[in-house]
Ligand binder design. Structure first.
Ligand code: FE2
Length: 234
């Protein structure tokens, strides 16, 4: 928090907590995304009907719908990914595990971690003309097979499948992207056992030419992926 206060980024100071956590310290990146840090958290206690069979699981397993296991990461949009990268390093002490270097000298995207996951936040370049926008939220599934099943569930329920299932070249996650009814992009992903264990991890940089080859198995990145964000631009 001292590092944030000592920086030039906009801060809003302490806010009262909400239902899930105690007081939080709020601040903003140069693009209008508001972040908050908190310490005191309200731990989930499952009501009797939701209690898991084993004590080391917070809620019983239902295996319904896409049955994601947990939140995995967020992807935000910004008009200057290099500036966003500086913000993440200054305010979160974040490591950059992978990034895209465009031919024009700009960064096309950056993947950040503050733990041993290969990333928990990504930022890609805003090409839709918006500011402070959101690209997607991602839920992790236990297995790749869950994602194939989810694709059929989305299809049967009229949910817009934007792209996938396929495997990302960057970070290697198996993925599927859909839009919820409000237009918010939601990803289901399975990263297998990829973890960042090396303390001296060196950022992997992808060139524009490498990115043009598409995703891991050749699927071209769909155009809306570069332009669709939320909220929509009016
Ligand atoms: Fe993602």
């Amino acid at each position: 928090m001292r590092a944030i206060e000592a920086s030039s980024y906009k801060t809003y100071g302490w806010r009262d907590g909400d239902q899930s956590h105690g007081p939080s310290f709020q601040f903003e990146d140069p693009f209008g995304h508001v972040f908050e840090l908190y310490w005191n958290t309200v731990k989930y206690k499952a009501p009797p009907e939701e209690k898991a069979a084993l004590k080391n699981i917070h809620q019983r397993y239902h295996g319904r719908g896409c049955c994601p296991r947990r939140l995995d990461h967020l992807n935000l949009l910004s008009s200057n990914v290099t500036e966003f990268r500086d913000f993440m390093i200054t305010c979160f002490g974040s490591r950059v595990t992978e990034q895209i270097q465009l031919d024009n000298g700009r960064l096309g995207g950056c993947w950040f971690t503050i733990n041993n996951k290969s990333y928990d936040l990504a930022c890609t370049e805003e090409r839709g003309g918006g500011t402070g926008r959101f690209h997607h939220i991602t839920y992790a599934t236990d297995q790749r097979e869950d994602i194939l099943r989810a694709a059929d569930i989305f299809l049967e329920n009229g949910v817009h499948i934007e792209t996938g299932p396929h495997k990302h070249a960057i970070q290697g996650t198996f993925f599927l992207y859909v839009w919820d009814p409000s237009g918010t992009r939601v990803e289901l992903a399975n990263s297998g056992a990829r973890l960042i264990m090396k303390p001296d991890w060196e950022t992997i940089t992808w060139t524009e030419n490498e990115r043009k080859k598409g995703q891991a198995w050749g699927l071209k990145t769909i155009e809306t992926f570069h332009t669709h964000g939320t909220p929509p631009i009016s």
